[in-house]
Design a protein around this ligand. Structure first.
Ligand code: ADP
Ligand code: MG
Length: 413
């Protein structure tokens, strides 16, 4: 079909049933349809899939979607098929591969989901030459970078594969990209600098609060006492979860633990109870929250330092999805940084610079006397105002700094 014969907006309405594009979706879709190589950096839940699914239904040929996990692919496949998009997966576990290949060759697929390993498969390369291609969409594109938090060497095979089809547009997608990782994605996937679109990271209804820790249990308990509605408390280890859940219990609202060491039935029950509840506190490891749909979480507290700014953003982002006011409270200690530094010393040497950069960025976030949101948004490539008016540092008079002491420290250094 001729893309000019259809309007992306009409397809959005008729196929997806959405009234409007969100954020930068339209911008990305327009670039893709125009054949321009693009990197879209959009937060989780912003609707990245639509930016290749929609063009795929408008363009001739198939969009090859590279995705790192088979489970993820099958979820996406079901979702795409549910709206009437012609899609298939081509993985080692699929039993209908011959049929999928026939449909692909005949130009009867809008989307074909594959794992990055396919790129090194000669038969797959030949198959691509024999079928009409619309687009390469590289999901979770940060996997191509050693600076990223999820490096997958197979992603490096994608550049040579795509270079064999220079006229097929490419779209890389990621939610998690600091400046280093972003540059690396552009280089590794052959996308020009001006092809990057970054947007939509601000969560204005979340109030960010960050404080040093002296007595974690008391601080978390005091914090919770001042909050209403359901909330999540993240602790770093299973043991810490158990301990904290026990100590927070008996203060008038239900408290349940959640971590991977619990019996699966208990875990499911606790999660279900939380999703239903209007006042429960769930104390959990970071394993909790992925794929949970609870828009009215009113607060997320961290009893210790998260792994990275990306992780912090992701975890705090589970609060206030309904748009109503929510609070993200982090308690951190110098020992968190000491432990993190020790862990970095134990990873492979070539991953250490990335890990160190991630820790430094976290340090800047927790230690700043300036706006927390400004640091977060700049981290994700946005240009925020100097002050957001909805974080601890913007709301409270800055603690008076003894300028002479600070100055002396620098002068003597
Ligand atoms: P991401 O991959 O960026 O995390 P998804 O592509 O999985 O996000 O989309 C998240 C949710 O947003 C999905 O339920 C999707 O149907 C929905 N969505 C996407 N675009 C729109 C839109 N324009 N209007 C309303 N909902 C949308
Ligand atoms: Mg996605």
């Amino acid at each position: 079909s001729d893309p000019r014969a259809q309007n992306p907006r009409d397809v959005l309405h008729s196929l997806f049933g959405f009234p409007d594009f969100r954020g930068v979706q339209r911008q990305v879709v327009d670039r893709v349809i125009a054949g321009e190589r693009t990197l879209a950096v959009m937060p989780t839940g912003a609707g990245k899939s639509l930016t290749y699914q929609l063009p795929a239904t408008m363009m001739d040929g198939t969009c090859i979607v590279v995705s790192p996990l088979i489970a993820l692919m099958h979820d996406q496949l079901r979702a795409a098929e549910a709206v009437g998009i012609r899609a298939a997966t081509l993985t080692s576990v699929d039993e209908n591969r011959a049929e999928t290949i026939d449909r692909f060759r005949a130009g009867e697929l809008d989307l074909l989901y594959v794992a990055p390993e396919r790129a090194s498969n000669e038969a797959f390369r030949n198959l691509l030459r024999a079928a009409p291609l619309a687009l390469f969409a590289i999901d979770e594109a940060h996997c191509v970078s050693e600076w990223g938090h999820d490096f997958r060497p197979d992603y490096r095979l994608l550049r040579p594969l795509m270079d064999a089809f220079p006229d097929v547009p490419r779209l890389a997608l990621t939610a998690t990209a600091d400046a280093h990782t972003r540059d690396d994605i552009l280089n590794q996937l052959g996308i020009p600098r001006d092809g990057m679109i970054v947007a939509g990271f601000d969560r204005p209804n979340i109030r960010y609060r960050i404080a040093p820790r002296d007595n974690t249990t008391r601080q978390v308990a005091d914090f919770i006492a001042g909050q209403t509605g359901p909330g999540i408390v993240y602790a770093q280890t299973r043991r810490a979860v158990e301990k904290l859940a026990e100590k927070l219990s008996g203060n008038g609202r239900p408290v349940l633990p959640y971590h991977a060491g619990l019996d699966p039935d208990v875990r499911r029950r606790n999660q279900a109870a939380f999703v239903e509840s209007e006042d429960m506190v769930i104390v959990a490891t970071v394993a909790f929250g992925m794929g949970i749909d609870k828009p009215d979480v009113r607060f997320v507290a961290h009893a210790g330092l998260p792994k990275s700014i990306e992780a912090y953003y992701q975890e705090t982002g589970r609060a206030g999805r309904d748009g109503d006011p929510a609070v993200a409270q982090l308690f951190w200690g110098a020992d968190d940084f000491a432990r993190a530094r020790q862990r970095i010393g134990e990873v492979e040497a070539d991953r250490q610079p990335g890990e160190r950069a991630r820790l430094t960025a976290l340090g800047a976030l927790v230690e700043t006397a300036g706006c927390r949101r400004a640091i977060l948004l700049r981290h994700f490539g946005e240009t925020p105002p100097e002050r957001c008016g909805n974080c601890d540092n913007c709301l409270e008079a800055p603690k008076s700094v003894d300028a002479s002491v600070t100055a002396q420290k620098y002068l003597s250094a």
